[in-house]
Design a binder for this molecule. Structure first.
Ligand code: OOB
Length: 566
């Protein structure tokens, strides 16, 4: 049985996945103990000066699970988990699985807007935070949200910020530990945790991932990566990112008896030092980080020779950048195309060099079904042509959480997920990502739904209309370009004012526009929708100043297609 609000796979499909041995009835909560039995004294986690063996990790998970139960956490409860790359993230996630609760993975960069939405949508009863992190008081946010959201009963704080005696709202995480309890097993076909969608809609959606589907994903990818007890994985990107958590990432590496090294952030200094010190064999980054590492690798004296594979994914990787990886970093490149919703494609060790540089590889499972269709008719396109990528399979969701209306659009009647990505397939079945249909900016590896930023921009006094488009950028891949129509005030709010207003509304920093431009009106398509193609082309026009960070853009009219009068 799946949690209410989730869409299960059809019974016959689920039975097929079980018969084929893809879904094996794994309860993610049982894994740390099983790993400890297999690899007990080996090092599971390294973070700063802390090193945890598999046995220690399993003990901590058992004690924390009992601690959460004592704090009132019950099977089925949703708990928003917002911690950086620290051992506590891993402990808490698995402890919540053990207790039958469902963590909702939030980014540490999320602020009031995002966290409130996650808590509200999931009906969270708990919120796990670092306390004060990178200058932001997460504990204070938790306290405020608890006054608005009656379901939110506990804020668990890692560093003790905001904890007062006798308070049962804000609880120090270190207190969440108790003698282990015998806890019931989870139904493997139920939701284990929620990932956040990159989003095409104004409000982000929650992706239910089941025990069985995630266990299958991590096992499959770990096998493809040839992981064994000698593997040392560096978690350079945030752990809550599906790429880092399970492709094979943290969960895949631990499943094989390897060691996970948690980096505080993906900067090259920290990561290169950790690669040398821990003899890291595998790590995963977005193209923006890969570019920085390549620059730094020319100057570093760190020994990177242990690194065998660098996975790059999350955003388009330019072939020129791809071609530099092996000669300059001395390791193999593995391209990864993936999504929190499920489908993963990856290059394989025996792929020819051209395919490694120019394709995103093949689906990781033989049971992944991929269709490329004409976006307007839904009919399959001729072989080799680009179209919208649709997919279904043993680890791809069948529906977002509590989103029936959105689900009706996001899935075909026969259960294929419409990814919103434009792609083609080579004759050998390798995927080539050609572009996007969805209204999303991919800045670095961060996904920003244009609609979400637009909704906040039009709430700022002086802004009548807003259209957000991606603009190509050498370092970040894309940046956020906002075309605005003012309300006739002179001068209209400039970039710094807009940014401050959006921050004031509690929007995460990575969603703030990089540049704004005021126009007299927004170009429309013949159907009367805002013509984002025209706006993207205008934003990308090199004749426009590339002077990022200046407040007021030129007021040159957008070279528009004929604007229909309506
Ligand atoms: C990963 O997951 P999300 O959910 O943050 O973003 C998914 C979207 C995809 O639909 C696609 O638009 C884009 O990110 N994307 C890529 C890409 N990998 C992801 N676009 C071009 N080339 C690629 N290689 O980003 C994600 C999840 C698991 C593993 C890797 C990435």
């Amino acid at each position: 049985m799946m949690l209410e609000g989730c869409t299960p796979w059809p019974a016959e499909t689920a039975a097929r996945y079980r018969r084929a041995g893809l879904w094996r009835g794994t309860d993610l909560g049982s894994l740390p103990r099983a790993w400890a039995d297999a690899y007990g004294s080996a090092t599971a986690l390294v973070a700063g000066r802390e090193r945890l063996t598999y046995a220690e990790l399993a003990d901590r998970v058992d004690r924390r699970a009992a601690g959460f139960v004592r704090e009132g956490v019950r099977p089925g409860d949703r708990i928003v988990l917002q911690l950086p790359n620290v051992p506590e993230f891993v402990e808490v996630a698995f402890a919540l699985f053990r207790a039958g609760a469902k963590p909702v993975f939030s980014l540490t960069s999320h602020r009031a807007q995002e966290v409130r939405h996650l808590c509200e949508l999931s009906g969270a009863s708990g919120y796990v935070v670092p306390g004060r992190f990178r200058g932001f008081d997460h504990a204070g946010l938790g306290r405020r949200l608890a006054t608005e959201l009656p379901a939110l009963r506990r804020v668990f704080v890692m560093d003790g910020t905001g904890v007062t005696d006798g308070d049962d709202l804000v609880v120090p995480l270190e207190r969440v530990t108790a003698d282990p309890l015998p806890l019931p097993a989870n139904d493997p076909s139920d939701v284990a945790f929620f990932l956040l969608s990159g989003g095409t809609t104004a409000l982000p959606k929650l992706i239910p991932r089941t025990h069985d589907d995630y266990a299958y994903q991590t096992r499959t990818v770990a096998a493809l990566a040839g992981l064994g007890p000698g593997a040392v994985y560096l978690a350079a990107l945030p752990v809550e990112f599906n790429f880092t958590w399970g492709c094979p990432g943290v969960v895949g590496t631990l499943s094989c008896g390897g060691t996970v090294v948690l980096a505080p952030d993906p900067t090259s200094d920290d990561c290169f030092r950790l690669i040398e010190a821990e003899r890291v064999t595998l790590t995963s980054v977005v193209p923006t980080v890969a570019r920085l590492w390549l620059e730094e690798a020319q100057w570093t004296d760190a020994d990177l020779s242990s690194l065998r594979v660098l996975q790059i994914g999350g955003a388009r990787l330019e072939p020129e950048l791809a071609a530099r990886i092996t000669p300059e970093l001395g390791c193999r490149l593995q391209q990864v195309f993936g999504m929190a919703e499920g489908l993963l494609t990856m290059s394989r060790p025996d792929d020819d060099p051209h395919s490694v540089l120019h394709t995103q590889g093949q689906p990781v499972s033989d049971a992944d079904e991929v269709r490329i269709v004409d976006p307007s008719t839904g009919a399959p396109v001729p072989a080799g042509q680009a179209g919208e990528l649709l997919t279904r399979g043993p680890y791809t969701l069948r529906g977002y959480y509590r989103a029936p209306e959105h689900n009706a659009r996001a899935f075909t009647e026969d259960g294929f997920y419409r990814t919103g990505d434009l792609a083609s397939l080579t004759p050998e079945g390798r995927l080539v990502v050609e572009g996007r249909l969805k209204d999303v900016v991919i800045r670095g590896g961060d996904k920003i739904a244009a609609g979400e930023v637009e909704a906040h921009l039009v709430a700022v006094p002086g802004v009548a209309a807003a259209a957000v488009v991606p603009v190509p950028d050498e370092f970040l891949g894309e940046r956020i370009y906002a075309f605005l129509v003012g309300r006739g005030e002179e001068p209209p709010p400039e970039l710094s004012v807009l940014k401050a207003a959006l921050q004031g509304r509690g929007l995460a920093d990575f969603k703030l526009p990089d540049r704004v431009e005021y126009v007299a009106d927004l170009p429309l398509t013949p159907l009367g929708k805002i013509d984002k193609k025209v706006l993207s082309a205008a934003a990308a026009d090199p004749a426009r100043s590339r002077d990022w960070g200046t407040s007021r853009a030129d007021r040159a009219p957008v070279a528009a297609a004929p604007t229909p009068t309506r």
